[in-house]
Design a protein around this ligand. Structure first.
Ligand code: KMH
Ligand code: ZN
Length: 272
């Protein structure tokens, strides 16, 4: 399964002209990425000034457009930008995506703090259960897998019954994007419900090592310009599809060809 995270909340359009920021650019990117092997799209939106936004109207419109124009599983970010208040992040669920991200704890995030209080995590998880939205649990550090275990023990399984985590590796302040860190997470996943799956993404220069390690460890992949804007040394990413195509190529080489969106839906417990 390949997830594309095409935009994020951190890069500026003025610094990265290839970043998709309008709805039209997002939908075109989604189509292009689906054509080369993506099955899930992790969505952050921008406003008319290309600044990050959690505007509910825009989110609802984006979910509808992506459903109309692609077969991708639509996963909205509930993480937003580090400055987004909790109420706005919870409101994202009202846009009715197939999936939403759900981060398992607070982490230093470069010079900033990505705040995820326990009470907030519980609220997000519970609202997703109530709405039948399948979470992707975002893991920025090893201890957040223990937090996930605690969450599931106390508050029950997610909608769909399947547990899927995404290891976000190489954020300054989180775990490094190394084989050793990925192996430690993979070992810790054994304390989670049987059948728990994981994807992994490496930030910046951790992108390729993490991709290769995840493939080798039986994990799924996330790539995209949210996580890296450099394709190779001195070579900016041209498009998200370029990153997805490279990931698909590696996956085929590893004899683990990309899943279709329908297969990914079945794996993740997404009903429609
Ligand atoms: N932009 C980061 C602060 C998520 O999408 O859930 C949070 C993030 C995680 O990207
Ligand atoms: Zn994100």
């Amino acid at each position: 399964m390949i997830t594309v995270a095409p935009t994020g909340a951190e890069s500026r359009k003025s610094d990265v002209p290839a970043l998709p920021v309008t709805l039209e650019e997002l939908v075109r990117t989604a189509r292009d990425c689906e054509a080369v092997g993506a099955s899930v799209i992790h969505v952050h939106l921008r406003d008319d000034a290309a600044e990050p936004t959690l505007d509910l109207g825009r989110l609802t419109e984006a979910v509808a457009a992506l459903r109309a124009e692609t077969g991708l599983i639509v996963q909205l970010s509930s993480g937003g930008a580090v400055t987004d208040p909790e109420e706005d992040r919870l409101r994202v669920l009202e846009a009715g995506p197939d999936m939403a991200s759900c981060t398992m704890g607070t982490v230093n995030f470069g010079d900033d703090v990505f705040l995820n209080r326990w009470a907030f995590v519980v609220e997000l998880h519970t609202r997703m259960q109530d709405r039948g939205i399948v979470p992707e649990y975002e893991i920025f550090d090893l201890g957040q897998l223990a937090t996930l275990r605690r969450l599931l023990d106390r508050h029950g399984l997610p909608a769909g019954g399947h547990v899927h985590v995404d290891l976000v590796m190489g954020v300054p302040g989180g775990m490094p994007g190394t084989v050793a860190a990925l192996a430690a997470c993979e070992a810790a996943l054994r304390d989670l419900p049987e059948g728990t799956t994981f994807s992994a993404t490496g930030i910046g220069r951790a992108s390729l090592p993490v991709l290769l390690a995840s493939l080798a460890a039986g994990g799924h992949l996330r790539v995209g310009m949210e996580d890296t804007v450099t394709y190779a040394k001195g070579q900016p990413v041209e498009s998200n599809a370029q990153l997805v195509a490279r990931a698909s190529g590696f996956a085929r080489l590893a004899q683990r060809p990309p899943m279709t969106a329908d297969d990914a839906r079945a794996l993740l417990g997404i009903k429609h």
